[in-house]
Each structure stands twice: as structure tokens, then as C-alpha cells.
Ligand binder design. Structure first.
Ligand code: UT7
Length: 335
């Protein structure tokens, strides 16, 4: 982290992409027993974007659009990257990784490429890993894509998960900065606890379903969630990761330009805001437009904040996420 290497790490460019199809709450009202009013009150979500599979839209498409935009913003091309990390639990195939297919699409070979599955934490995990690899001196320019297209794994007859998730991709290009050693990740946390994994999982076979799990109509291969359990976990972890990041860095809320939080449910974010005393203008919210886009969420927020000029060189930014596994992560940057 900062101070350990004679150079810094800079976020050189960001990008994002969402699929063209919009699934509004009013559309869901026609599909399941719910109401737009309930969804807005309980989650803050008005609509989400999902892949238009009839038009052949794919996960790789939005990942390619996001990383291409990030490279353009950085004034770089694929061939400038020496590593590409794709944080996702919804890559097209088990093998090869989407990262390998993406380096082909953007002409980045022979850059290293791998997919990373840390569920909704994937992009924050990847920011931490990229910073550490650059500071090790082994890499100079790393592309990170956070993307999930959970619409492919959602049973749209089940009302708990179908209202929550949307598809999105966000990307960042992080590079070694020889001029500014103070830039980059100041503090990072990558943690997980496998106990409680059955609160949020995607069984492939009957044998994957844990003994004692409640009866479920959700088909094999589709996402199952115990919303209340995840909610309780999320509320306490969100507060913990933010307080830990502030405590360990000695930074105060006033020192931070933005808290870029996983868009899980507006009530989870509001709870952390209230308990820690975070002002509205420092906690970006876009869950109303995109729903919970898992590994895409923090990356998409980062890109929108950059586009709006709300994160500027020298600013201190706290990224936080939690997700299935269960996983949680923070990354504090001087950008
Ligand atoms: O990124 C990490 C992934 N996941 C999360 O962050 C999810 C965390 N959990 C949540 O966001 C919330 O638990 C949900 C939004 C999923 C559900 O909200 P909730 O306030 O926890 O609802 P609940 O499960 O406690 O259910 C309350 C009531 C129940 O009815 P009864 O038993 O009180 O009669 C549910 O059957 O709301 C009912 N309900 C619904 N009603 C209308 C559950 N889903 C719906 C729905 N529409 N879609």
C-alpha cells in the first residue's frame, strides 16, 4: 500500500455499459405477485436493465463496451494492458474465462487474463489485487471489469430475487504512476466467511442443496436467496467495513470525497449512512435505475461519478461491498 513502493497507482480511466432492455417494476407487476410501490419502498429500485437474449445480447458484449470505454478515457488501447481481471459470477462459460475472450476482443494479448468470483465484492477485491500487483513492480497497467448478468440465472416466477437484480458492467484501467507515489490504495480489506453461504447460492445439482434448506420452487442452476438473512448480514457488515476503513486510516468522514457502495438495497445503504453519519452527497445512489447489479454495481457507480466530475485527482475515496460467500471488502484510495 501507499509508502511501500517508490511509485503510486492511478485510476487512468473508467467506463460502463448496461444492456438495452429495461425491466420496470410495472413490468414485474405483470409477471409476479408484487407491486411497484412495495419494490420501491423495500429496495429503492424503480427499474433495472437486463440482457436482451432474443437479440443475442451477451455478458461479453457489455464487458467489451465497458473496458473499451475505460481504455478510451485513459487514452490507451488494449495492447497497453499487461493484465485483465474480470470480476464476475456470470461468465459465459466455465472455460475459457471471459477475461481470455475479452483480451482477444480488445487486442490485449499476451496480457494475463483471469476471471475472479467474489460475487458482489468482485470489483472491490479486484481493485485491491490490481493495486497490490502494480506496487509489487510486476505489472504496469491492469484492466478491471466488474460485471454480472444475473438475469440469466433468475427465476422470474419467484418474487424475492427477481425484483432485486439487474445486469451491468463497469471497468477501470489502473496504471503505475511514477510521478505520484502518494496515489493509489491507502488501505484494503479482503475477507470472507463461508458459514452462512446457503443464504445466497446457485445450486447446479440436488446434491448442492444443503440439508434442511427450505423447500424451494426455484429450478436448479438459478439463484436462491434468503433475503432476510442476507439483509441482516449486509447491514452489520456495511457499517463494519466503513468504520474499519476510517479507523485504520485515521481518516474522518469529512476527509472522504465519496463512499462508493455496493448498490444492494437502498435500506441497507441508508442504515449505514445513518449509523455512521454519512452525508447524502458523499454516498452515490443509482440503484433506482439499475437495481443490484452484483459485481457491476461499484464499477458502474465509479464510472458515473467520474463522468459527473465528482471524483477528482487527489480525492480520497472509499469503495465498499459485501456479497455471496459471504464476502466483504473495502478499498480506500487517493485517486
Ligand atoms: O447483493 C447482495 C444480495 N442480496 C441482498 O442484498 C438482499 C438483501 N435482502 C433484501 O434486500 C430484502 O430482504 C428483500 C428486498 C429481498 C426483501 O425485503 P424484506 O423487507 O426483507 O421482506 P421480507 O422477506 O421480510 O418479506 C416481508 C413480506 C413477506 O410477507 P409476509 O410474510 O409479511 O406476509 C413477503 O412474503 O413481504 C413479502 N414479499 C413481497 N411482497 C411483495 C416478499 N417479496 C415480495 C415482493 N412483493 N416482491
Amino acid at each position: 500500500m501507499s509508502g511501500q513502493a517508490p511509485f503510486g497507482v492511478r485510476i487512468a480511466g473508467t467506463g460502463s455499459a448496461v444492456p438495452s432492455k429495461v425491466l420496470a417494476n410495472t413490468d414485474l407487476e405483470q409477471m409476479i405477485d408484487t407491486s411497484s410501490e412495495w419494490i420501491v419502498k423495500r429496495t429503492g429500485i424503480h427499474q433495472r436493465h437486463i440482457l436482451d437474449q432474443e437479440k443475442g445480447e451477451t455478458t461479453l458484449d457489455i464487458e467489451r463496451r465497458a473496458i473499451t470505454a475505460a481504455l478510451d478515457a485513459a487514452g490507451m488501447t488494449g495492447s497497453d494492458l499487461d493484465l485483465l481481471i474480470v470480476a464476475s459470477l456470470t461468465s459465459e462459460m466455465r472455460c475459457p474465462s471471459n477475461a481470455c475472450r475479452l483480451i482477444e476482443a480488445i487486442g490485449a494479448q499476451p496480457a494475463g487474463a483471469f476471471d475472479l468470483n467474489a460475487a458482489c465484492c468482485g470489483f472491490v477485491y479486484s481493485l485491491n489485487i490490481a493495486d497490490s500487483l502494480i506496487r509489487s513492480g510486476r505489472h504496469r497497467a491492469i484492466g478491471i471489469v466488474g460485471c454480472d448478468t444475473l438475469s440469466r440465472y433468475i427465476d422470474y416466477t419467484e418474487r424475492t430475487v427477481s425484483i432485486l437484480f439487474g445486469d451491468a458492467a463497469g471497468a477501470a484501467v489502473v496504471v503505475r504512476d511514477d510521478e505520484h507515489p502518494e496515489r493509489g490504495c491507502i488501505y484494503q480489506k479482503i475477507e470472507a466467511d463461508g458459514r452462512g453461504w446457503e443464504s445466497l447460492y446457485m445450486p447446479r445439482r440436488e446434491e448442492d442443496v444443503p440439508p434442511g434448506a427450505p423447500e424451494s420452487d426455484v429450478r436448479m442452476g438459478y439463484l436462491r436467496m434468503n433475503g432476510r438473512e442476507v439483509y441482516k448480514f449486509a447491514v452489520s457488515k456495511f457499517q463494519y467495513v466503513i468504520e474499519d476503513a476510517l479507523e485504520q486510516t485515521g481518516l474522518k468522514v469529512d476527509d472522504i470525497a465519496q463512499f462508493v457502495c455496493h448498490q444492494s438495497n437502498i435500506r441497507i445503504i441508508e442504515s449505514a449512512k445513518e449509523k455512521i453519519g454519512l452525508p447524502d452527497d458523499k454516498v452515490y445512489i443509482n440503484i433506482d435505475k439499475y437495481g443490484n447489479s452484483s459485481a457491476g454495481s461499484v464499477a458502474l457507480c465509479l464510472d458515473e461519478l467520474m463522468q459527473q466530475g465528482r471524483i477528482n485527482p487527489g480525492d480520497k475515496v472509499v469503495f465498499v461491498a459485501f456479497g455471496a460467500g459471504m464476502t466483504w471488502s473495502s478499498s480506500v484510495w487517493q485517486v
